[in-house]
Design a protein around this ligand. Structure first.
Ligand code: GDP
Length: 195
């Protein structure tokens, strides 16, 4: 579906390290352990690709991948990780803010939410940042296989309700399971349709 190779490009620690803004890009955000690496691996069909983002030292970087020749996939650092020192958190928040507000080629952010947990306060904070930066975003529920079809309904309702507070949010959620492959083709199609 994505013409050309999927590859790790670089980890970025400051705005001056961003690759040239020469193609559309999408970014992925979510709390630590939400299943972001697994989703990126499922999406790209490359196991272990996003592991780079989770290795110590890489976790505070904005990690760039090519999604074929046309698009960048941007893996944002996981948030809500209590163990991170305040100074580290402050540094990545500053980078995140600059990135979201300043990246002209950013077409859409995907906010990953664990299907078992719904939208938490830290998720609202990121969504508010996206609102203020006028970055359109879409919620992706992860690990849907951990819930039965009936148990997921109230979570979807909670998330849809939470999104009403966020002007930059798309109303439609994408329900996924990286383990079962659920929703992965849908997500690919959404990305492929952006330009
Ligand atoms: P990250 O920290 O957001 O990159 O999260 P990971 O992708 O490393 O996943 C965190 C944990 O959740 C790991 O133990 C994964 O195996 C598990 N996980 C991720 N996606 C799924 C999924 O779709 N279904 C299930 N059952 N587990 C998942």
């Amino acid at each position: 579906l994505f013409a050309g190779p999927v590859d790790f490009v670089k980890g970025v620690v400051g705005m001056d390290g961003l690759p040239p803004a020469d193609r559309p890009e999408v970014c992925f955000a979510g709390r630590s352990n939400v299943g972001k690496s697994s989703l990126i691996n499922a999406l790209t069909g490359r196991k272990g690709l996003a592991r780079a983002s989770n290795t110590p030292g890489r976790t505070q970087e904005i990690n760039y991948f090519t999604l074929g020749d046309q698009t960048y996939l941007v893996d944002l650092p996981g948030y809500g990780f209590a163990k991170a020192p305040v100074a580290v958190v402050a540094k990545w928040q500053a980078l995140l803010k600059s990135y979201l507000a300043g990246r002209q080629t950013l077409r859409r952010a995907f906010c990953l939410i664990d299907a078992r947990h719904g939208v938490k306060d830290v998720d609202h904070e990121i969504m508010q940042l996206l609102d203020r930066s006028a970055v359109p975003f879409q919620v992706v529920l992860t690990k849907a296989d951990k819930l039965g079809p009936n148990a997921i309904k109230p979570v979807i309702a909670q998330v849809e309700d939470a999104l009403q507070k966020h002007p930059a949010a798309f109303p439609e959620l994408v329900v996924t399971s990286s383990d079962k492959g659920q929703g992965i083709a849908t997500l690919r199609a959404i990305i492929a349709a952006l330009d």
